[in-house]
Ligand binder design. Structure first.
Ligand SMILES: [Zn+2]
Length: 280
């Protein structure tokens, strides 16, 4: 169904021969892979909430293996004031700084949301208020990294502000938006980039994380991981488990194209557009 040209397969530095491409495709089944360099799966590693353990643990691990991450930053988090230069340096090394709003608003009416402050309560936001905060976060991030396109992660996965769907407004502000799901897979024929799935990596072993990436090979999906704390902070994955996943991905570039969310979404939109599926 998807027939990306050799040019698309080779749009980054390394090209594989047609023989190698054919071998990789056969190993994964009949569906042709849409991803660059003959990779079977696109993997997006995402990190929420601008935590210190991202700067101290996750980014050093990523940089050592030259893998990019996508960091969904909330502007009011302490590290945005105290460690702004560290975030700027991360962007300079190829990591995406994504939009996670300024105040991390969530719906207080949902179960187990006692921690949501009244001023953070998305049930009491207006849609205009949500849009203005999302726009301001984009401006803040542009001031850090100079980028004019970025993606979004719904704080708490909530998609309503004051009872209104935020997706139509977000479509004008970001190129895609991330949720979470059981398998973390966004199928290659799915044109809805405002509900990109991700797998919650908290408290998983390295083997469990690797199995999620492996499971995506059958469908050639875009598979995303959502992390919060890495070896610290909260909703944590251990330093070892995180490193094991990264080392596995880096050791198998013929299987896995590790990209930022911005890159993966842009690539898949291009492929879908070429296949006439009417992506945005
Ligand atoms: Zn969050």
């Amino acid at each position: 169904m998807y027939k990306p040209s050799m040019l698309k397969r080779c749009f980054t530095a390394i090209c594989f021969s047609p023989v190698l491409l054919a071998g990789a495709t056969e190993a994964a089944g009949d569906t042709e892979s849409p991803w660059p360099n003959g990779a079977e799966v696109a993997v997006v590693l995402t990190y929420d909430d601008a935590l210190d353990s991202h700067l101290d643990v996750a980014i050093p691990q990523l940089d050592k293996l030259e893998l990019p991450g996508t960091f969904y930053l909330s502007g009011a988090r302490p590290s945005m004031r105290i460690r702004l230069d560290d975030w700027r340096r991360a962007a300079e090394r190829g990591h995406e700084l994504g939009n996670h709003m300024l105040y991390h608003p969530c719906r207080k009416s949902v179960a187990n949301r006692g921690w949501v402050k009244p001023w953070q309560d998305l049930d009491n936001y207006t849609l205009d208020q949500f849009v203005e905060e999302a726009k301001t976060t984009n401006s803040m991030l542009q001031a850090i990294d100079g980028e004019t396109q970025r993606t979004f992660a719904y704080p708490c996965g909530d998609m309503q502000a004051g009872g209104k769907d935020v997706v139509p407004a977000l479509q004008a502000l970001v190129t895609g938006a991330r949720l979470f799901s059981a398998d973390g897979q966004h199928k290659v024929d799915n044109p809805d980039f405002y509900r990109v799935a991700s797998f919650d990596g908290a408290e998983k072993s390295g083997a469990q994380l690797i199995s999620v990436a492996e499971a995506a090979r059958e469908n050639h999906s875009l598979v995303s991981f959502m992390f919060h704390g890495v070896g610290g902070d909260y909703i944590t994955v251990s330093e070892d488990a995180h490193r094991q996943l990264l080392e596995y991905l880096a050791a198998n570039p013929d299987h896995y194209w590790v990209a930022t969310m911005r890159e993966a979404v842009a690539h898949l939109k291009g492929v879908q557009g070429g296949a006439g599926s009417g992506s945005r």
